[in-house]
Design a protein around this ligand. Structure first.
Ligand SMILES: Cc1ncc(COP(=O)(O)O)c(C=O)c1O
Length: 386
């Protein structure tokens, strides 16, 4: 069950080849979907390649795990049934009852719900701080009890930027791990482990899968002791990625680089269009010079990503109307697929944080800019904005 990710080369070469060697018997270039729960043993304990039972390991999953580890420049990857399954497994691997974590004050709603409504009942406490404010993050740490500083950068949906290198130092000073949810950037645009983070989290449902046809999650680490702890919980808790889902995510990763470049090209055109539109009061995109995180994003990201948030002149109803009127942008949750999506975070993805200090503005719209013909995206937004 070794993860074949030592392959050197540029990002796209690793995306296409890392994690899998053409099959020794058939030469199959693409890993088969190993739809098996168990494996024949050659005598008791005589496992072939370490495979014993598919919760513990499955060759299709191993290929994905090696591939994503290579893309993040980590040592080991772990593939899960969803991003939240990955998060839950990580929290229970690294925290005990009575421990504390720091989370973004605009964390993805599901992450907040997991930590605030589920993990809290089991004794895990948390504080929130803006990822862009290093002093606030430092102040939110509880000495001796904070086990992880958990950030997203860019955050969802306000696209705030945290300085990974600086926050890694802040976390490490306090004896805590820096966990980076890299879902929005993807490993093509940003590699947190290289910048000093300890754990990378992905909802592979998004850019890694890239085609809106799979729910999945991943963790990647460099430290082998931490990897063992996660491996133990991965198997013990059992929220693993299925062989078919692993295959889909692996297929998506092969084209991550070219997809991300097109997502970024289109997002830049959408940003320029929205910035000049009279019905738009604010465009939020880390690529804009006026974005408060622009300088840090320019340092740690290759480009600025495919997510664009904006606010409209007519308040919440106006935002809801725009979401209802687009035709190319599909109204729906999620992000990172080839098709453009539009959503109202206040009533959709972030409804679970309504009334908390993580509530998002009611006139906010989030776009996941897809890879369609850019002119069609601009015309669609123009029509919907009126
Ligand atoms: C930034 C971020 N992290 C984690 C998740 C959770 O992932 P999943 O939906 O695959 O469980 C999401 C889902 O939208 C997300 O946007």
């Amino acid at each position: 069950m070794t993860q074949e990710h030592r392959l050197k080369g540029g990002f796209d070469t690793r995306a296409i080849h890392a994690g899998y060697e053409p099959d020794a018997i058939t030469g199959s270039v693409i890993p088969p979907i190993y739809a098996t729960s168990t494996y024949k043993q050659d005598g008791v304990g005589g496992m072939r390649g370490g495979y014993e039972y598919s919760r513990s390991g499955n060759p299709t999953r191993t290929a994905l795990e090696g591939n994503i580890a290579a893309l993040e420049e980590g040592e080991r990857g772990f593939a899960f049934a969803s991003g939240l399954a990955a998060e839950d497994t990580l929290l229970r691997a690294i925290c005990d009852p009575g421990d504390h974590v720091v989370i973004p004050d605009d964390a993805y709603g599901g992450t907040h719900r997991l930590i605030d409504k589920v993990a809290k009942r089991w004794g895990l406490e948390h504080s929130s701080a803006p990822v862009s404010d290093v002093d606030a993050v430092r102040a939110a740490i509880v000495p001796e009890r904070t086990k992880a500083v958990w950030i997203e950068t860019p955050t969802n949906p306000l696209l705030n930027i945290g300085d990974i290198e600086v926050l890694a130092a802040v976390a490490h000073e306090a004896g805590a791990l820096l966990v980076v949810d890299n879902t929005f950037a993807s490993p093509y645009l940003q590699q947190p482990l290289v910048l000093g983070a300890d754990v990378v989290v992905h909802s592979t449902t998004k850019y890694c899968g890239g085609h809106s046809d799979v729910i999945g999650g991943a963790l990647v680490v460099r430290d082998l002791e931490l990897a063992e702890l996660i491996a133990f919980h991965h198997n013990s808790m059992g929220a693993v990625a299925s062989p078919f889902d692993s295959w889909l995510v692996l297929r998506g990763l092969k084209t991550l680089g070219i997809r991300m470049d097109r997502h970024c090209d289109n997002a830049e055109k959408v940003v320029e269009f929205l910035a000049g539109h009279p019905a738009v009061t604010q465009v939020i995109y880390p690529g804009l010079e006026e974005h408060p995180g622009h300088e840090v994003a320019s340092r740690q990201m290759k480009r600025y990503g495919g997510i664009v948030s904006f606010r409209v002149t007519g308040g919440e109803q106006h935002a809801l109307d725009v979401c209802a009127k687009t035709e190319v942008f599909i109204l729906g949750e999620s992000l990172g697929g080839v098709e453009s999506l539009i959503e109202h975070p206040g009533q959709m993805t972030h409804a679970s944080v309504s009334g908390t200090d993580l509530e998002v503005p009611a006139d906010l719209i989030r776009l996941s800019v897809g890879i369609e013909t850019a002119d069609d995206l601009l015309a669609d937004l123009d029509r919907a904005l009126g």
